[in-house]
Design a protein around this ligand. Structure first.
Ligand SMILES: Cc1cc2nc3c(=O)[nH]c(=O)nc-3n(C[C@H](O)[C@H](O)[C@H](O)COP(=O)(O)OP(=O)(O)OC[C@H]3O[C@@H](n4cnc5c(N)ncnc54)[C@H](O)[C@@H]3O)c2cc1C
Length: 452
């Protein structure tokens, strides 16, 4: 199936990732497609996007959807992310967003992002499942004092233009109310979102979708996409789905072979997570780790971390561009030494888990939600720029609304439309490696400038 540009070890659909999330959840029994079934809507991909689309179609419009997932439900990024409900899903600055899309559409984008951040708690309450929420809002920590002015400007923009509640903390306040460390020079608290157990959330949505009438199949990769008259015919190893409409919900795991209109448009990138053993009360108080809200630092190649319910620390980073087993080991070592450097009171702590997954970047640098121009029976929702915990389920809902109301997808401009195709799709890993090298240089240069 896979026409992929990353190492094949990242696409072992028959193996579950050895993550902390898998270790702390009880999965329900799953079924495999073993016949030909009919559906109004077929959904390729059983992560946040696909399961949310299925739930909203079934619950809000009585439309039967069939979800086809290559691994198990939540096998992809949805079951292995950091669980940060943070916004917005964009790699563009506010100024860039406004230049590209105008102030009004940027305001709609932020308003939609805030709405998206409320979805986990809303769905959990409405459908009666547990997302294990933690913290209130999330922090951006200045890893260097010279990042504070930019955080102050950003806070002003968020408050004045987008009515987003937020607050700037100086170094002392940050160290006494969030955590201490050698890279804690103040921060920005955005009072939107929180932390959650991502796999519990994904399985919660999936269970609710099934109860409402959707059919979900695991270990059922779409190997071939053809036509049967006007209907779509999706072939899996054990069966087929005949559907009037199809939603592409494969995000970073999108194969270039799945559909020609999506091929070469997504840049898959690897994100990695380490989880420590449970910390003792003394260790936590030595590091002055107070807050359960998630934290992301101000590097271009960010580090992200949070305290888990059983007093472990989850620490995430990017950096590996090929995903081979050797490069995975290198990134694991680099991440653990960075962890020990940043949190000097935790240098004896061992790690119990390490895993990775694939996110979807694109040249658009904002999400892509819509309907194909050359075939309006095909919808897509992907490219969340590594920020899909809030946005992916929301995107699934937007697509379900469009299908249910028979109207075009109603998304603010920054979230609408396909990303451009890469000129030479085969060079994407090189493009990513060059971008990472440039980001590292930028971070290094910016850090040094402030010292001189
Ligand atoms: C390590 C890591 C940490 C992250 N941390 C955060 C975070 O803290 N906060 C945040 O907002 N975002 C985070 N993200 C990003 C976030 O997880 C994703 O944006 C989000 O999960 C995307 O959801 P999705 O359903 O669109 O895609 P996915 O969950 O990746 O699901 C796509 C699914 O499609 C399936 N698939 C692919 N091809 C086929 C096929 N041919 N047939 C059938 N199935 C197919 C795959 O098996 C996969 O399960 C992180 C990602 C990773 C990897």
């Amino acid at each position: 199936m896979a026409e992929t540009i990353l190492d094949k070890s990242l696409y072992r659909f028959d193996e579950r990732e050895p993550s902390y999330w898998e270790a702390t959840i009880c999965r329900p029994k799953e079924r495999i497609l073993q016949s030909t079934v009919n559906a109004e809507v077929a959904i390729v991909g059983g992560g946040f996007t696909g399961t949310s689309a299925a739930l909203h179609l079934a619950r809000d419009y009585g439309i039967k959807a069939v979800v086809l997932e290559a691994g198990s439900i939540g096998w992809g990024a949805s079951g292995r992310n950091g669980g940060f409900v943070n916004i917005p899903a964009s790699k563009l600055s506010v100024a860039q967003l406004v230049r590209r899309f105008g102030l009004e559409e940027t305001k709609r984008f932020f308003a939609a992002s805030v709405e998206a951040s409320k979805l986990p708690k809303t769905l959990a309450a409405e459908e009666g499942f547990d997302i294990k929420p933690q913290g209130r809002g999330w922090y951006t920590v200045a890893h260097h004092p010279n990042r504070m002015p930019k955080l102050r400007d950003y806070a002003e923009n968020l408050r004045n233009h987008f009515q987003i509640p937020c607050r700037v903390l100086d170094a002392d306040e940050f160290r006494s109310t969030v955590h201490d460390g050698v890279e804690a020079f103040g921060g920005l608290h955005m009072d939107v979102g929180h932390a959650l157990h991502p796999l519990s959330y994904c399985l919660g949505i999936a269970g609710a979708a099934e109860r409402r009438g959707a059919e979900l199949y695991s270990s059922s990769p779409v190997l071939e996409w053809g036509r049967d008259g006007r209907r779509h015919r999706l072939l899996t190893p054990g069966g087929a789905v005949l559907a009037d409409r199809v939603i592409i919900a494969t995000n970073g795991y999108t194969s270039d072979r799945l559909h020609p209109s999506i091929a070469g448009r997504i840049l898959p990138a690897i994100s990695n997570i380490l989880v420590t053993r449970p910390l003792t009360r003394e260790e936590i108080s030595q590091q002055k780790w107070v807050s359960e809200s998630p934290v992301i630092n101000t590097r271009t190649l960010v580090y992200y971390y949070r305290l888990l319910p059983d007093q472990r620390v989850l620490f995430g980073a990017r950096g590996d561009v090929c995903g081979s087993v050797q490069s995975m080991e290198q990134i694991r070592q680099r991440m653990s030494s960075e962890f020990y450097r940043i949190f000097p009171h935790l240098t004896d702590i061992t790690f119990d888990y390490f895993w990775r997954g694939v996110v979807a970047l694109s040249q658009k640098l904002t999400p892509s939600i819509g309907q194909l121009g050359d075939d309006e029976t095909v919808y897509y929702a992907l490219g969340y720029q590594a920020n899909g915990v809030a946005t992916a389920p929301y995107a699934g809902k937007l697509v379900a609304n469009a299908i249910g109301t028979r109207r075009p997808v109603s998304a603010p401009l920054p979230m609408a439309g396909l990303p451009a195709k890469f000129l030479v799709p085969g060079t994407r890993p090189m493009a990513l490696a060059s971008a990472y090298a440039w980001y590292r240089f930028k971070d290094w240069y910016h850090d040094r400038k402030a010292l001189s």
